[in-house]
Write a protein that binds this ligand. Sequence first.
Ligand code: ITT
Length: 211
Amino acid sequence: MHRRITGKLVIATHNPGKLAEMRELLAPHGVEAVSAGDLGLGEPDETGTDFRSNAAIKAIAAAQATKLPAFADDSGIVVDALDGAPGIYSARWAGPAKDFNAAMAQIERLLQERGATTPDRRTAHFVSALCVAWPDDHLEEVEARVDGTLVWPPRGTAGFGYDPMFLPDGHTRTFGEMESIEKHGLPPLGLGLSHRARAFVKLAEICLEPR
Ligand code: ITT
């Protein structure tokens, strides 16, 4: 049986870009959200082998530490010509300095090495696995993706991470060139375009009161 989110919810992320998006997605549902950073929670080791298990690790750690339901996202960019890299290691490719310009340049270097210069050789998708964990170990888990191609040089300064390099299918502007409402706004305001927005729609269906 699915479980509804009621009362206070911990957003178990230390990534400010994700936190802003997760707050915006939750806002219409009247959920009182506090962030892991506000509560001074540590970051668990992401030892899972896929997005889903890493999202669960983060949500469970925060739920156990706070005795509140906790909401986590594990996400990343999967590049076909790089055999799925960086995938679950997307954050790590930016290094301790969280330098995503360097991480995007690294992807581009590898694509060039493999002769991936035309759009059909530069396909990629973002994945978001969302998990809500309760202190009694109940879990709700969903996952979604958005497909696109990688452009070079990166375009736009909106969003975070790999957004400036990612051109979603059917669009002419990268995520880095889109307003937040366009990237992850839900109907009727947006299209529910991003991986995180799409996963959130699935989560809202099973865990949240209708807007
Ligand atoms: P938390 O674990 O604290 O949530 P994190 O940044 O370490 O933060 P992940 O392990 O899930 O999170 O790494 C995901 C990385 O993938 C993230 O750092 C971004 O660089 C990238 N990413 C995920 N969603 C993205 C998006 O919507 N736009 C651009 N890049 C994204």
